[in-house]
Write a protein that binds this ligand. Structure first.
Ligand code: GLN
Length: 297
């Protein structure tokens, strides 16, 4: 058997065992990433890799794995290379057309679920759904609710629809729309949730890590990252039933501004929740029409 030479940049020698090819790749990328990519190519779990460390890799698996390793070296996010991301308790298809669902966004889902009684048929709107992770997770956990998910991007809508179908989500409607534009006017939603773009356009993080490969339209916006949050807070009352609630994910330093905007708009019961890192990440409030200040429509 040929030896798998670790100093080669193009693995053009075969056969190699699972452990040899992992040894080769961990000199170039993180071990956890190498394992995820090899599992993806072989369509096996970690236990299988461990149990079959001495198995020979097929040339097709070898070729596909080494291609992904090179993509990873360039910085392409693992989720885009495998096309999958776990979120809450579900697995979502992701492509570069959508933001990769983040663990901190699970807080938004948790908060939303806490506000949706299992027994009630509540109407929920998710603005800027991307892969559909938030909307579909809510819909799956609250089968009596009716979830509407909108996104501006036609490509994102296709992914969200694929995920909804793959996860057999019946109580969801996915609509291509520029925010509220294609929704029927009127106060019909009990809860509006959103993880809008909120990174400032000049934020250096946009040039780092996974963010370099994610869609700008889903990540950043003008007004120091506040433009979409400001717009949603200003427009949501026209679509909320009396006492309806709005829940927004926002940047690590935007909770005070978010609460101020909610208050200025006439929301009450305004609150913020911290994520696992202890950062205020989700803010929201309820809207009652009688809260309107004199002169406001
Ligand atoms: N929290 C994400 C990040 O900073 C951004 C998500 C968003 O813009 N909605 O990586």
């Amino acid at each position: 058997m040929n030896q798998c030479r670790h100093d080669r940049t193009t693995p053009d020698f075969l056969p190699c065992t699972v452990s040899q090819v992992l040894d080769w790749s961990v000199q170039k990328i993180e071990h956890v990433d190498a394992r995820a990519l090899l599992q993806h190519v072989m369509q096996v779990n970690h236990a299988y890799l461990l149990a079959h460390a001495d198995d020979l890799l097929s040339s097709d698996h070898f070729r596909r794995f080494s291609k992904l390793v090179w993509e990873r070296i360039k910085g392409v996010p693992i989720a885009y290379l495998t096309g999958l991301r776990e979120f809450y308790d579900l697995t979502f298809k992701v492509t570069p057309a959508v933001l990769i669902p983040r663990p901190e966004t699970e807080l938004l889902v948790e908060q939303a679920l806490a506000k949706i009684p299992e027994s009630r048929a509540m109407k929920i709107l998710d603005l800027g759904t991307g892969s559909g992770a938030i909307a579909i997770t809510i819909a799956k956990h609250r089968p009596r609710s009716h979830v509407t998910a909108i996104d501006l991007s036609i490509d994102a809508i296709a992914i969200a629809k694929w995920n909804a179908q793959n996860l057999a989500t019946g109580n969801i409607r996915i609509v291509q729309s520029n925010w509220f534009e294609k929704l029927v006017a009127g106060k019909s939603f009990d809860l509006i949730v959103s993880n809008p773009p909120y990174v400032a356009q000049n934020d250096p993080h946009l040039q780092q890590g996974d963010l370099r490969f994610e869609p700008d339209v889903a990540l950043s916006t003008h007004d120091n990252g506040l433009a979409c949050i400001r717009y949603i807070i200003a427009t949501a009352p026209a679509y909320l039933v009396d006492g309806g609630q709005l829940l927004l994910e926002h940047g690590y330093d935007q909770s005070v501004q978010c609460r101020d905007l909610l208050e200025a708009q006439g929301f009450c019961n305004i609150h913020s929740q911290t994520d696992l890192a202890g950062i205020e990440r989700v803010s929201g409030g309820s809207y009652y029409a009688e809260n309107l200040q004199p002169g406001m429509q």
